[in-house]
Design a protein around this ligand. Structure first.
Ligand code: NCD
Length: 316
């Protein structure tokens, strides 16, 4: 796979997938190569293999999730693991149990892998220090969402052949987005040029230090881009007012056919979902099968998660 390694990542947590920042370039290549082998299986009529037979996977989602949780659940089941998705609403967490106590309780049941999504940045790292099994981060606060970035990379490779040398615009609520952070680390490592497009109020302090160009004018930020990655306004993480109105936001930062004209003719539209149609993206563009790779991202997400479960389940 033709990927350029720009930064030498320090290997911190070899047995857990906590963030793209912890991964080395060969580890990223290994996950993506492994994921490619599952794409065909996921399209076949018999989708189940017994690679993880006898292994137990626990999904621990403290935040709402449709695609990530179902994707991890299907991925585990297709590999033959026993998958248990904890229902947080009916769990002791609602009775005040701490994350550590929950971790210790689950650990006593000898799982082989725990997939966790949590509203606090760093929660998966803490969990990984308390359990004997592998931990996969399915999104923590505003920090990282490594499997989303990996599936985004696989989608780009599938459509464009490579990430290296592409110009990628990541647009929208960068401040609150773990997807943006993981993608900046990964796409940089893979040799892309990254434009960040957002209103000033939704830009993290010193973001340019991560090796990106910053734009507050969307048309300039999209100029000659190969990939246009849109993000949702993460209202649940906003305290106070960051924007005058959703209507005004759409006017200046929503992806419309007019603004898309600035990007390359064959530029690919991406979005991690869930989408707010008419807020960050024009509804027809989101559904345009010639331009939008949004459904493919969901499809390839299962393959990427199968690869991660296989690799990390076997590394412990
Ligand atoms: C993202 C997340 O949860 O960070 N969604 C996802 O995993 N598909 C982005 C979002 O919620 O907007």
């Amino acid at each position: 796979m033709a990927i350029i390694k720009k930064f030498k990542a320090v290997k911190k947590n070899p047995n857990h997938l906590l963030g793209i920042q912890d991964l080395s370039f060969p580890e990223v290549s290994k996950i993506l190569d492994e994921a490619k082998t599952f794409i065909k299986l996921n399209k076949s009529s018999s989708k189940k293999i017994d690679l993880l037979r006898g292994k137990t996977q626990i999904n621990l989602f403290f935040e709402p999730s449709t695609r990530t949780q179902s994707s991890f659940e299907l991925a585990g089941k297709r590999l033959g693991a026993d998958v248990m998705s904890m229902n947080i609403v009916n769990s002791a967490i609602k009775k005040g149990e701490t994350l550590i106590d929950t971790a210790m309780t689950l650990n006593a049941m000898h799982p082989d892998i725990i997939v966790i999504r949590h509203q606090d940045s760093g929660a998966p790292n803490l969990l990984s220090q308390k359990v004997n099994c592998a931990v996969i981060n399915a999104g923590d606060g505003r920090r990282e969402h490594p499997t989303q970035a990996l599936l985004d990379a696989l989608t780009i490779i599938n459509r464009k052949g490579t990430v290296q040398g592409l110009k990628i615009a990541i647009c929208g609520d960068i401040l609150h987005s773990r997807v943006a952070r993981s993608n900046i680390y990964l796409m940089n490592m893979m040799g892309a040029e990254i434009n960040i497009v957002a209103p000033k109020t939704l830009l993290p302090h010193s973001i340019e230090k991560l090796g990106v160009k910053v734009f507050t004018d969307m048309k300039k930020g999209l100029d000659n881009c190969d990939i246009v990655m849109m993000l949702r306004l993460q209202n649940e993480r906003m305290q106070g007012s960051f924007l005058p109105s959703a209507r005004e936001y759409y006017e200046y930062f929503g992806l419309t056919p007019d603004k898309l004209k600035m990007a390359k003719k064959d530029a690919l539209i991406m979005h991690p979902g869930p989408m707010n149609r008419g807020v960050e993206i024009d509804t027809n563009l989101a559904d345009d099968i010639n331009r939008s790779a949004i459904r493919e991202q969901v499809e390839l997400g299962v393959a990427v998660r199968m690869a991660c479960l296989k690799i990390y389940c076997q590394s412990i």
